[in-house]
Design a protein around this ligand. Sequence first.
Ligand SMILES: Cc1cc2nc3c(=O)[nH]c(=O)nc-3n(C[C@H](O)[C@H](O)[C@H](O)COP(=O)(O)O)c2cc1C
Length: 168
Amino acid sequence: MKSFSPGPEHALELRAALGTFPTGVTVITAAPPVKGKVTPVAMTANSFTSVSLNPPLILWCPAQISARHDAFVNAVQFSVHILAEDQRAVAQHFARCGDDFSAIPHHIDPHGVPHLDGCVTRLDCTTEQVMDGGDHSIILGRVQSAHVTDARPLAFCTGRFSDVRVDT
Ligand SMILES: Cc1cc2nc3c(=O)[nH]c(=O)nc-3n(C[C@H](O)[C@H](O)[C@H](O)COP(=O)(O)O)c2cc1C
């Protein structure tokens, strides 16, 4: 076992330590106004977590250094897509690029928010609160509607994607 106290000299080790926690993979989409024009944006994120059942609250955390950070912080509506095991390419695409939906099957909801096809679950949310979280922001969302399938989820751990083995 390797032990350390977090500090600038251990930034990579801290990232690796936190990355040993297995998560699902989401793509968050929104359509905030940019110069008065509704502008779709997406980001692959594994900081998503459930917070509360009643009221129905979830959160996720965009990095403040991200070029997409302000778009998400300013969005009134957003959608969380829990990706399916066959959507690794979607996860990789929206990790690289936040505004190109041309090769990704989707439709646009009445608020202009992109809804991606083929995910396990989609949660359509309104932004409840944005909090400071160090070098990230914490976006607390209220789930307005949930759309669930029985597809199998994609997982992420130690920097790698994997399928989830579901015991029956
Ligand atoms: C599996 C995975 C999970 C990620 N989770 C987050 C996250 O929770 N928050 C975040 O800010 N970036 C996360 N990222 C990074 C973003 O998807 C994206 O790569 C980053 O925002 C790129 O920087 P840019 O927005 O300046 O282009 C994740 C990337 C991957 C591949």
